[in-house]
Design a protein around this ligand. Structure first.
Ligand code: ASP
Length: 324
């Protein structure tokens, strides 16, 4: 009887390994927790395109937006762990736990880590009509308009929110924050003059800065952008906000308990995708850098997210921001 049971269990295991050997047999859904047209969405679409060949299946990008990316993230945590529902998420993966009292998922426990994708520098930009042309003039304008400044972001825990928290803290000023469901809709209002300021990743900001549709006041990351058109733009650290550093990163995730064979295939496909010359060219043209180090492996990716959780929970605490 015992032998029969063992044979049955072994049979099941062999059956399930064989089933996973065929993965993927249908299109894979890649969920983005922010609005279409924003940095996360653009990165996800680029990666989806580059994953198509190594996976041999098409990738459907789906946007589930709201609450700083936590609604879409929760949806992936609850999804069937079969490899057909994946998540592209940014720094918000590491910051939401310090900003929300009740999340329906846990970081890192609710996820499998498939690899870090890129690092994206960020910039401080304004509506085109704002009466300042460099960071010193902006500081002056902020001190003269203290009570009526609107600062856009993509929701609590988004990169733009974190950058805004740091900016207000560094300048010792309280701005009125306006939350959008991604920085794509916020950018439309910024260009239209409905809001004053926003931190935005190079992914979206560079083309609008080059076109004169928004003004740029500095790079919020530790280093200047490597793009010729942005080489003269100083970092906020260089402009006097010592230690200011908001660099956004994106990673790929699957729900917890996705079978190891499936995770291996997805990780291998991501590694191939990140070597795709077209993807590299498009990302570098926007000032982004593709990850090619141990953060592309599950353990390195997970450790990086944990380190970022520790770093940001301190920044969030110091800023006085209360959890939602
Ligand atoms: N850039 C956004 C943020 O500030 C998110 C997005 O729309 O991609 O988090």
């Amino acid at each position: 009887m015992k032998l029969k049971k063992l044979a049955f269990v072994l049979g099941l295991a062999a059956f399930s390994a064989a089933a996973h050997a065929a993965f993927p047999e249908k299109a894979v859904t890649l969920l983005v927790p922010f609005a279409a047209g924003g940095p996360s969405d653009k990165i996800a679409r680029d990666v989806a395109e580059a994953l198509r060949e190594p996976l041999g299946q098409s990738i459907i990008v789906e946007n589930t937006v709201g609450a700083g990316g936590t609604i879409g993230t929760a949806k992936v945590a609850r999804a069937n762990p079969d490899g057909y529902t994946l998540l592209v998420h940014h720094i918000g993966m590491a910051t939401a736990p310090a900003l929300y009292k009740q999340l329906s998922y846990q970081v890192p426990d609710s996820f499998e880590f498939l690899g870090l994708i890129n690092e994206a520098p960020s910039t401080l930009i304004s509506r085109p009509t704002l009466a300042a042309n460099n960071f010193d003039e902006l500081r002056q304008w902020i001190s003269e308009n203290k009570d009526g400044i609107n600062l856009a972001n993509a929701g609590v825990g988004s990169a733009s929110h974190l950058c805004g928290l740091m900016l207000q803290e560094a300048l010792q000023v309280d701005m009125t924050t306006i939350a959008y469901k991604g920085t794509a809709p916020a950018m439309i209002d910024l260009m239209g003059g409905q809001v004053d300021l926003m931190c935005e990743q190079a992914t979206n900001a560079v083309t609008q800065i080059e076109a004169g549709k928004v003004k740029s006041f500095g790079v919020t990351s530790a280093q200047r952008l490597k793009l010729p058109s942005m080489a003269a733009v100083s970092t906020l650290d260089e402009s006097g906000l010592k230690g200011f550093n908001v660099t956004v990163w994106h990673g790929l995730y699957a729900p917890r308990n996705t079978p190891p064979e499936v995770l291996e295939k997805l990780n291998a496909a991501l590694r191939t995708a990140l070597k795709n010359p077209e993807l590299i060219k498009r990302q570098e043209a926007l000032g982004l850098s593709i990850i090619q180090d141990d953060r592309l492996a599950a353990a390195g990716h997970k450790k990086y997210v944990e380190d970022e959780m520790a770093r940001w929970s301190k920044v969030i605490k110091d800023s006085g921001q209360q959890p939602n």
